[in-house]
Write a protein that binds this ligand. Structure first.
Ligand code: NAP
Length: 287
């Protein structure tokens, strides 16, 4: 029976790995902060001390890491993925990174005899817990097909988008739109409330027409209660907007609205809101 690995047990990685274990798959896990492996060990995972050992023990290894620096460090650094890579092994990086990072990792994996798939996800903590993520994949299509049963445990929808870089682009496009929406939503709430409107009424109007969406409904209710426990940490939204701006430069596509949103999130980061939910950008745009 095939053996699998999982690297990076943060807000997203932990529930994704837990779902693979609950579906009966053999899983070896590693996380930089080792204690975060314990709940997975309790579900039957084998814990090891390095990413290299995970890859050595697994036919396919999945990773869900913070950002380009973390993805590169874990893949290419000492005791990393490449050191455990061997002929035919698969590496599926589900972190949200830029296309250059993804290509660097892909080249190193393929150079080591392995196969690479980038597979960032759309969806947050709850969809990760419920196995309802949307998985955006690109790279080695045979690996995509082989990993499909596991991707289907973690997600409700998946798509194969072609060569490495295309899934990163799709993910950044989606999060650029989401970041812009959140910044605009929070500014609307701040403006309305300064103008004497009730937050609940603004949410009611939005929910009643073409602007209705679950993000406004869920985050709007939490903002109303002042609850910013991170489902999607603000520092990662700021990272994604920064990476979308870089993509805009690469493709010579102006994205001034996203740049404005990026500025708002960068301000929120400098105000110390990085580890709160990305909806905490509301605190930055309100008095
Ligand atoms: P998170 O809770 O901050 O977890 C980040 C993970 O990366 C942790 O396992 C962390 O290890 C690890 N890490 C960070 N820097 C590292 C380094 N230098 N070396 C090794 N490991 C490192 O983030 P998350 O919310 O799970 O997000 C993970 C990825 O998914 C990000 O790329 C994010 O943009 C993307 N994403 C998130 C969401 C969401 O709603 N949360 C949705 C879609 C996509 P430690 O535990 O040791 O810190």
């Amino acid at each position: 029976m095939a053996e699998y690995g999982f690297l990076g047990l943060g807000i997203m990685g932990a529930p994704m790995a837990a779902n693979l274990l609950r579906a009966g798959h053999g899983l070896t896990v590693w996380n930089r902060t080792a204690e975060k492996c314990e709940p997975l060990v309790n579900l039957g995972a084998k814990k090891v001390a390095t990413a290299r050992e995970v890859v050595a023990a697994s036919d396919i290894t999945f990773a869900m890491l913070a950002d380009p620096a973390a993805a590169e460090r874990v893949a290419l650094g000492p005791d990393g993925v490449i050191e455990g890579m061997d002929q035919g092994k698969g590496y599926v990086d589900m972190s949200t990174v830029d296309e250059a990072t993804s290509r660097d990792i892909s080249e190193a994996v393929v150079g080591g005899g392995g196969r690479f798939l980038e597979a960032p996800v759309s969806g947050t903590k709850k969809p990760a817990e419920d196995g309802n993520l949307i998985i955006l994949a690109a790279g080695d299509e045979d690996l995509y097909t082989e990993a499909a049963p596991l991707l289907d445990v973690m997600g409700k929808k998946r798509m194969f988008l072609g060569e490495v870089g295309q899934a990163s682009r799709m993910k950044l496009v989606v999060n650029m739109i989401m970041g812009g929406m959140m910044a605009s939503f929070c500014e609307g709430l701040a403006l309305g409330s300064k103008g004497g409107l009730r937050g609940e009424d603004i949410l009611d109007v939005l929910a009643s027409g073409a602007l209705a969406n679950s993000m406004f409904a869920i985050k709007g209710a939490l903002i109303g209660k002042g609850e910013y426990t991170p489902a999607f940490p603000l520092k990662h939204m700021q990272k994604d907007l920064r990476l979308a701006e870089e993509l805009g430069d690469i493709l010579c596509q102006p994205i001034p609205a996203a740049e404005a949103a990026s500025l708002v999130f960068t301000r929120a980061l400098t105000e110390g809101l990085g580890d709160e939910d990305f909806s905490a950008v509301f605190k930055t745009v309100t008095d």
